[in-house]
Write a protein that binds this ligand. Structure first.
Ligand code: CTP
Ligand code: MG
Length: 229
């Protein structure tokens, strides 16, 4: 049993507006349904857990039925930070005894089923695997407006989602981070919690199209990616 965990409980402050970005239309369909469709069609995914603002859960459940999704859905209340939403979802699916969990942002609608399958396959071998993109820019570490050092570009990757883990490993990583009082707002991705345990995490090469819709410009770019002409 492999379970997708889709955090969708954020309020989209950087994008602004009164509707959270995951519910905004992209080519006429709410962004989150583009994303969920990729998991619905990925053969390695058996169930999908979505973390949502608590006030949206009932209506979202009706919408899932209306749109004729076939896989079992588990709608869970989100938490204060993204990592709190992930932990709520992890705990909510414990009864399914998942082997692999795949975490993917609701606001990355261009992930492909091939990419989802690839991170699951690597996580089954290694324990953890994430989609990441080699950096094309040279990255500088800066303090107070001054360069401290230059990182070796060949070793720099930009982390994306999906990120797949053996269920027990990701749960243990979350419990350990909380036991050590790591602030949840520092937990900007899931693999960093697993890194803290010293476990191996493989890289699967991602694609530049797999953008996270964060700003109004990203939303414009997403419309271009979906209909280039
Ligand atoms: N997310 C979540 N629970 C939170 C915060 C974020 O489930 N408490 C989700 C978002 O809905 C999004 C994903 O995590 O799908 C990535 O987060 P981000 O891009 O930061 O979205 P927001 O937190 O909504 O945006 P912002 O940081 O600009 O407020
Ligand atoms: Mg955020």
């Amino acid at each position: 049993m492999n379970v997708a965990i889709i955090p969708a409980a954020g309020s989209g402050t950087r994008l602004g507006g009164s509707i959270a970005k995951q519910f905004l239309p992209l080519a006429g369909i709410p962004i989150i349904f583009h994303t969920l469709q990729r998991f619905e069609t990925c053969p390695e995914i058996d169930a999908i857990a979505v973390a949502l603002p608590i006030s949206d859960i009932v209506e979202f459940g009706e919408e899932i039925t209306r749109r004729d999704f076939q896989k079992p859905f588990h709608l869970v209340p989100g938490g204060k930070e993204r990592s709190d939403s992930i932990l709520n979802a992890l705990e909510a699916v414990a009864g399914l005894l998942p082997e692999i969990v795949v975490v993917h942002d609701a606001v990355r609608p261009f992930v492909t089923t091939t990419q989802i399958s690839a991170v699951i396959a690597r996580a089954s071998e290694v324990g953890a695997a994430i989609l990441a993109l080699p950096s094309t820019d040279t990255i500088k570490e800066v303090e107070n407006g001054m360069i401290m050092r230059t990182l070796n570009r060949r070793r720099i990757y930009r982390a994306q989602t999906p990120q797949a883990f053996r269920y027990d490993l990701l749960l243990k990583a979350n419990e350990s981070a909380r036991a050590d009082f790591v602030p949840s707002e520092w937990m900007t991705d899931d693999s960093l919690l697993v890194e803290r345990l010293g476990a191996q995490i493989a890289i699967v090469e991602g694609s530049p199209n797999n953008i996270k819709i964060t700003t109004p410009e990203d939303l414009q770019l997403a419309e271009k990616i979906i209909s280039p002409f």
